[in-house]
Ligand binder design. Structure first.
Ligand code: GLU
Length: 294
């Protein structure tokens, strides 16, 4: 294997059928990898075992093949690698940057109350009020015996370790990189393991990109700000720093991002309505409607 070849990946979550936005991301990854003489991987992001379904996973393979894409085997399925995410979390724990959080959504909402000026993260969710950061080790150990908990990153401590001048190389849709200043503090104490699932999107994606030798993370602009969290985790865990290529989003008629919850057309329904793969692929030629992250 030639390590100088760039490595791209498309990483869908099998909790619905692929829609046009996924098709765009998959095709852009595949085509950019090809253009740069690189490799193309497919990763199934199924840590949310409650929402993931085998039929959606099978549909991902079918739809991508129909679109004319091929990828390296074996495909990495995150649900088979919880040990890797646990190992990453225990390395973070050894650095003193994790803490247990016992709060429910209701607890958090009550703590914040009706304060309208409460800071919000880039996804517009209120920042966690750090209630459980104040628990002593004994209190936390005792509660862990009886109550479920999630694990949060102590962002302040993390930034004290890795510094506040993290950056990433952003290519957007082009061939030239600019350096972007990460702003992880905007996310507060993000969750790295859920109460019901021993990992979160952030820890799984960073771990897998490193294990799979991904050199170029190409994904939609909706994940642009999440990259700030990923850079902190990479720095804490001494993981290599990939290039980032956040691409435009396919928007619906009202200018909203297509998602499974809106009326995004699935690749499968377009096919059933008689669209050719070439027609669906032509989505990459559409006017670039959304090029800004915020
Ligand atoms: N699994 C994520 C999604 O379907 C994508 C993760 C990524 O590309 O970093 O939105």
């Amino acid at each position: 294997m030639n390590s100088a070849r760039p490595v791209f990946r498309f990483a869908p979550s099998p909790n619905g059928y692929l829609h046009q936005g996924h098709a765009l991301s998959a095709i852009l990854n595949f085509e950019t990898a090809k253009r740069l003489g690189g490799r193309f991987l497919l990763r199934i992001e199924d840590i949310d075992v409650g929402r993931s379904r085998p039929e959606f996973e099978q549909a991902i393979y079918e739809d991508l093949r129909w679109l004319g894409l091929s990828w390296e085997e074996p495909v990495r399925r995150q649900s088979e690698h919880f040990d890797d995410y646990r190992a990453a979390l225990s390395r973070l724990n050894a650095k003193g940057v994790l803490y247990r959080c016992f709060c429910s959504r209701g607890d958090i909402a009550r703590t914040i109350g009706d304060r309208r000026d409460w800071p919000r993260d880039p996804d517009d969710a209120p920042l966690y009020p750090r209630t459980c950061r104040g628990l002593s080790k004994d209190e936390s150990d005792a509660r862990a015996q009886r109550d479920p908990f999630c694990l949060r990153l102590d962002m302040e401590r993390a930034l004290a370790l890795v510094g506040t001048s993290l950056t990433w190389r952003e290519f957007g849709e082009g061939d030239e990189a600019s350096l972007v200043a990460a702003e992880p503090a905007r996310w507060g104490d993000v969750m790295l393991a859920r109460k019901d699932i021993p990992a979160s999107y952030h820890i799984a994606v960073v771990t897998d990109d490193a294990i799979q030798g991904v050199t170029d993370v190409m994904r939609g602009r909706d994940l642009y700000h999440a990259t700030s969290v990923h850079r902190v985790l990479q720095a804490l865990l001494d993981l290599p720093q990939p290039n980032y290529r956040h691409h435009w989003l396919v928007l619906d008629a009202d200018g909203r991002k297509l998602s499974k919850s809106t009326f995004a057309k699935s690749v499968r329904s377009l096919r059933e309505q008689g669209a050719s793969a070439q027609e669906v692929r032509s989505i990459t030629q559409l006017p670039r409607l959304a090029t800004r992250a915020d």
